[in-house]
Design a binder for this molecule. Structure first.
Ligand code: GLV
Ligand code: MN
Ligand code: MN
Length: 432
């Protein structure tokens, strides 16, 4: 990699077709179950659902129209390549995801995929002939909705998830636990051993992801562009609480071992210990609660909770979990319920490449905006791409810092700016 202190901007005219890019984002949002929402376009696009498959087919048609070559791996990660003049060199990659959690917005992930495609189109229009190939990557299941673990595609590509067992993954929520990844991906048309999804370190010279910030800092500071220097470390756990079920009228209160009441204590314990660090970087969420048998006149006998906890410091994150485990033991004894913990993932944070950060800085300043250096508290596929390539991310603001909600919104001008800075960054890196 070149180590010059100020990356040189290439002398090319980059014109982003903002109207087309926004139209495409709107079209992509229609590949979704339609959920009336008073606060915005509610998008739900769970991985390998019919909507996800229709969106993928549409995206492939757009990429084919640009003359990009298309490759899909066994888990549906999709690679759109613009071949450079020296195709043997490690390529430059950009991309993100198009799956969306239930009742989400229309910009999370999609800005990086369609913005990446528009960046490539703009570079083609500029007459650039890149030295390194430039690849747009659509990553499978960044969201944990379907299989209970986020960044499925990038975990497999980076060897973070054991390919030998990944096919046995199934969802944690009622209704999603029936089918395994093996069954779901086969039904979606993706076959072959998952081990083949692993990419060698050195495949990519650089990875750059464009994304909405999903937090309030850029907007609060009146800024239009961020460059990510580090990504916080997420962890996921499942707790299953087993108590005693029975008739809601006849089972006497002193005899109860109500699994949901125990779960309620556990949820509050998680909140209490996350707050107790006194550090704004510690966040913990219990995002799902599955109650069995789930009838108003039946005492809950089993509850499953999915817990998401993140921190910029994994040691502090683990100390929160230690405190929670002490409470788990006390709750279990006092309420006479069995509480089992399953670790889903406990990841390390990632650092971005100072060189790519500098290339983005230079591209931003050339576009008239100095990017703010910031930490990503949300996780992204970039967290795992960092294990096989130097990475960085470009952030654009989103209104009110809102994400994972139907009223998620990014301004067209900021989306176009992000795509333009991405294009300039890809061009610079591809020339190295
Ligand atoms: C990504 O969707 C995250 O939850 O950070
Ligand atoms: Mn998301
Ligand atoms: Mn995302």
């Amino acid at each position: 990699m070149q180590t010059q202190s100020t990356p040189r901007q290439l002398e090319i005219e980059i014109e982003i077709d903002a109207t087309r890019l926004i139209d495409e984002l709107n079209t992509l949002a229609t590949f979704s179950s339609i959920e009336p929402s008073p606060i915005g376009t509610a998008v739900t696009r769970v991985v390998f659902s019919p909507d996800d498959l229709r969106a993928r087919a549409w995206l492939k048609s757009l990429a084919a129209a640009e003359g990009l070559s298309i490759r899909e791996d066994a888990v549906g990660n999709t690679f759109f390549r613009w071949t450079g003049s020296e195709p043997g060199l490690p390529a430059i990659a950009t991309g993100s995801h198009i799956d969306a959690i239930p009742h989400a917005g229309m910009y999370d992930g999609t800005v990086g995929v369609l913005g990446g495609l528009e960046a490539i189109r703009a570079l083609k229009r500029s007459g650039l002939r890149p030295r390194r190939s430039i690849e747009l990557v659509l990553l499978t299941s960044e969201e944990p909705t379907r299989f209970g673990i986020g960044c499925l595609g990038s975990r497999l590509m980076s060897g973070t998830l054991d390919a030998a067992h990944a096919d046995e993954l199934r969802g944690a929520q009622r209704g999603s636990e029936e089918e395994t990844l093996a069954q779901v991906r086969a039904a979606a048309g993706f076959s072959g051993p998952l081990a083949g999804t692993r990419l060698p370190s050195g495949r990519y010279h650089a990875w750059v992801e464009l994304h909405i910030e999903q937090g309030p800092l850029l907007e609060r500071e009146g800024l239009r562009l961020g460059v990510v220097t580090a990504i916080a470390a997420p962890a996921g756990y499942r707790f299953t609480i087993e108590g005693l079920g029975g008739h809601a009228g006849a089972l006497l209160m002193p005899d109860r071992r109500d699994a949901l009441c125990a779960a309620a204590e556990l949820i509050l314990s998680i909140e209490k210990h996350a707050l107790a660090t006194g550090v704004i970087d510690t966040v913990a969420t219990v995002g799902t609660c599955d109650v069995y048998p789930g009838a108003v006149n039946s005492v809950p006998s089993r509850v499953t909770l999915q817990v998401d906890i993140r921190d910029t410091d994994p040691t502090r994150r683990e100390s929160v979990m230690q405190a929670v485990r002490r409470d788990v033991e006390a709750i279990g004894k006092r309420r006479e319920v069995r509480i089992a913990e399953i670790l889903v993932n406990a990841d390390d944070p990632a650092s971005c490449s100072p060189h790519i950060v500098e290339v983005i800085d230079t591209a931003g300043r050339a576009a008239g905006v100095a990017p703010k250096h910031m930490v990503s508290r949300a996780y992204h596929d970039s967290l795992f791409m960092a294990r096989i390539a130097p990475i960085a991310m470009i952030f654009i603001p989103c209104r009110g810092g809102v994400s994972h909600r139907p009223d998620e919104y990014a301004a067209p001008g900021d989306i176009a700016l992000g795509a333009r800075v991405l294009a300039a960054t890809l061009a610079t890196l591809a020339a190295e």
